[in-house]
Design a protein around this ligand. Sequence first.
Ligand SMILES: Cc1cc2nc3c(=O)[nH]c(=O)nc-3n(C[C@H](O)[C@H](O)[C@H](O)COP(=O)(O)OP(=O)(O)OC[C@H]3O[C@@H](n4cnc5c(N)ncnc54)[C@H](O)[C@@H]3O)c2cc1C
Length: 468
Amino acid sequence: MTDPVTALREILGPKGWLSGTDAEPYQRDWLNRYGVAPLGVARPANTAEVAAVVKACRVGGVAVIPQGGNTGLCGGAVADRANAVIVSLSRMTAIGEPDPESGSIAVDAGVVLAALHDALEPHGLMFPMHLGAEGSARIGGLIGTNAGGSQAFRYGMMQDLVLGLEVVTPDGAVWDGLRAVQKDNAGYQLRKLFCGAEGTLGIVTRAVLRLYPTPKQQASALLVMSDFAAAVSFGTYLRGEAGEFLAGLEFFSDVGLTLALKHLPDLAYQLETRGDVYLLVELASGSARVPLEEILASALEWGMEEGLVVDGALANSGAQRAQFWRLREEQPEGQRLEGEQLKHDISVPPGAIARFIETGAGICDDILPGVRINPFGHLGDGNIHYNLSPPEGRADFDGKAGQFAEALAALATEMGGSFAAEHGLGRAKIAMAERNRSSVERELMARLKGAFDPQGTMNPGVLVRIAE
Ligand SMILES: Cc1cc2nc3c(=O)[nH]c(=O)nc-3n(C[C@H](O)[C@H](O)[C@H](O)COP(=O)(O)OP(=O)(O)OC[C@H]3O[C@@H](n4cnc5c(N)ncnc54)[C@H](O)[C@@H]3O)c2cc1C
């Protein structure tokens, strides 16, 4: 039998196979916590090559690790063993013609999210998925993690934005489900099942995505709130007042703002007042006739009268709007540049956000007094990135990372929320899922995995643990 690497070299040709130092940039995850050197990196040029690679790996007993932009935060896109091949979709970047009447577009799985945004702009259409990593994250990876981002509360997560999929299954067959309709109840919702499967059920090679008309106008404001409870109350009020025009409702804390301003000198904070909590709100409409600024200004006035809003400014230009968004989007980067950090991707019902943040702060301070809590995220859907930095003057967490993670996961579960809101489980959170989800739920997932991939070829050790 031909050895797997020889077979893969033959399938892919010199452009499609990387090994040794050429493979190194693909080996470690974004947070540099996971990843061992695999046999190599396959970079197929089309679906037929992906299918041939998967077949060859299956026959050769080699694990297949799908990889998009490798910005995932749970270590799911890199290998945990040497006998593995990373399959990078980075050469499959075709973007089809958008169909404005159906509101859809077909794209390859390797398309970078920001490239899709750019391609749609001249057509007056948008794909409503925005996140800090959009310059690197690829459509297949976004589908693999069922990404959320800042507009998920209005437009949904990736599973709500995917109309059709093409997938290479673990035995190397190609499922052509590239339909462009929202309504398709012909059986189990396979397209949704692959969203969030983290590459454990197959490799997404192409997708039909849902598009929306680009808003003709936006009104944005940066607000200083009196506390987290005030941010939640103001968010509830704004939902009522702005209804379907509410397009962004993001929050961050003064801990995060301080770190971002310290490490990113080109970042500007233009309000006179600082507070503990900030809200970035945005209204958007496809009609130029809706008085968005008036709606926002009057909500702001109400918030001030109620003592919820301490200070605030409406963006007076596109440039200022971009500055406001950068303050929110650079929260992860500011904290990363500060040094060691712990990330917790929590969601709770939006009404419980303040209670989670405050109760969590007490728990964390008991574990390691002075630990810096930097909660930021998506207020609209209750998604809190409850990230920690060591106490001032300390470089580490005194070996207590596991204690923080378990305590916060238990708190989220107790409040009816999730410890894996939008980043998935990857390799990082399997044990946590085993502790916080019922045996029935875990068993159903294990059975699904077994039914799709009985040999365990696809991304072993990610999402669900199977005896090998
Ligand atoms: C600064 C920053 C900000 C972020 N903000 C957000 C945010 O707001 N919201 C959010 O949801 N996430 C966020 N993330 C996390 C990350 O960007 C998302 O998880 C994104 O969806 C990963 O896409 P990727 O192409 O980098 O995937 P990768 O990291 O390459 O892969 C992620 C997972 O998907 C699988 N996969 C990759 N490609 C395929 C494929 N073609 N078929 C099947 N499975 C595949 C991989 O095996 C892996 O399990 C952020 C990350 C960073 C670094």
